[in-house]
Design a protein around this ligand. Structure first.
Ligand SMILES: Nc1ncnc2c1ncn2[C@@H]1O[C@H](COP(=O)(O)OP(=O)(O)O)[C@@H](O)[C@H]1O
Ligand SMILES: [Mg+2]
Length: 111
């Protein structure tokens, strides 16, 4: 199951995303939360202390791989191993939700 939460600022996206992630994890599901905010703050709702949250390394840029074909057309696909990214970049919160952050503005990463 994949759930994306998007929309206007200040409407409760982070609160709902974090609460939903924790509620699902408490039922025993394996939950991966991805914070795509350029000013990420999902960690706090997941119960991850600020010091650990600030130490999270954002995902690298250029995860997409572009191939140029003989006829000159190009295709772009995800060029990384998701399991390896999770192992390297995700951290675990108190309800066992794993969190990855896309990156912060001005701090590199894919954000
Ligand atoms: N159901 C709610 N009732 C009252 N306040 C809420 C509710 N959901 C979120 N908030 C508060 O509203 C503010 C914005 O919520 P947040 O989840 O950060 O929104 P977003 O991620 O969409 O910017 C926060 O201070 C949050 O605590
Ligand atoms: Mg938010």
């Amino acid at each position: 199951m994949r759930i994306a939460i998007a929309g206007k600022g200040g409407t409760g996206k982070t609160t709902i995303a974090g609460t939903l992630a924790r509620a699902l994890a408490r039922t025993g599901r394996e939950v991966l939360a991805i914070d795509a905010n350029t000013n990420p703050n999902l960690a706090s709702v997941l119960g991850i202390p600020p010091a650990s949250a600030n130490a999270i390394v954002g995902l690298p840029r250029n995860l997409m791989q572009r191939t140029t074909h003989e006829d000159g057309t190009t295709t772009t696909k995800f060029g990384a191993d998701p399991e390896a990214l999770i192992r390297e970049y995700a951290i675990r919160g108190p309800d066992d939700v794993q969190l990855m952050v896309m990156g912060r503005v001005g701090h590199g990463g894919a954000g």
